[in-house]
Design a protein around this ligand. Sequence first.
Ligand code: IPM
Ligand code: MN
Length: 357
Amino acid sequence: MAKKNILIVPGDGIGQEVTAVGKKVLDKIAEKFGHEFVYDEALIGHAAIEATGNPLPEESLTKMKASDAVLFGAVGHPKYDNDPTAKVRPEQGLLKMRKELGLYANLRPIKLFDELLEASSIKPEILRGADILFFRELTGDIYFGEKGRNEENTYAYDIAGYHRYEVERITRKAFEAARTRRRKVMSVDKANVLENSRLWRETVLEVAKDYPDVELEHQFVDAAAMLLIKDPKRFDVVVTGNLFGDILTDEASQIAGSMGMLASASVGDSTGVYEPIHGSAHDITGKGVANPMASVLSAALLLDISFGMKEESEAIIAAVDAVLKAGFRTGDIADANTPKNMILGTDAIGEEILKRI
Ligand code: IPM
Ligand code: MN
């Protein structure tokens, strides 16, 4: 029996719809296992800009810091994607949250539920058994370096850089995790071209000396992108920078069948933030068809990592698995053989999950 404060930060687009299901699942867990979860909500992204003019209002940040964990949805709005000159943008809220909370490690587990082998565009025999854990560095790199334009407005730049301590702390996390898995770490960089990648590699090699029991492999990011599709089973733990990690994990989501299945945990100095890797998906917002499983699985990560509730976390994963085994699908993970009546909307598949917890 534990009492915990959970902050729900739905953000934009389908973020609202999927975190609502994630929250219901947390409620169900509290009821089943006799915990007391106290919820509050906070604004971020476009929703926050509309309400306050600020993509991450001070009030939201204060609430985040005071909570035991954050269940986050997504940010973004097409309005800004089509207006590159907009000075205030929803994504700034997300980046500021990561920086202010010191969330330097983004864990993105890529695990394929057996039932979804056919949902992927990759051949089942290549996929079967793939199980990858990405450690994406989240508070450095080109995302947070100096950026700007020249006076004539004919040139723009974004500086990509890493401090040794930033590489060291994420690398340690990756090696520690590898010890609980197959003891393999792949570090992904572009050390044949980039100076900051050479510092990255040097640092990883240094850290690796403390983990002689873990096998280390280096890959350039272009080769890693190719290998992910060619032979996903050769990957165990991957550690990489912010931008490479962003791109590679979208690619890797296809190993799990759909972006709609992938959860992530962002951890570091203070409160952990749990979120789907998918975005706000305005093309399907408000239609009630979004796959809530990434948010539900994010809730499972939250319980496991922030609260140490392993059994509770596994109960959620088992319920998702059971729903898939029963044949229920959302549109994104349905295939040509899925009967129409088994394709459910966000809330309906959420109910199926709740029933099985
Ligand atoms: C992600 C997203 C964000 C990122 C965007 C929305 C800023 O793509 O969490 O992967 O690039 O980190
Ligand atoms: Mn991304």
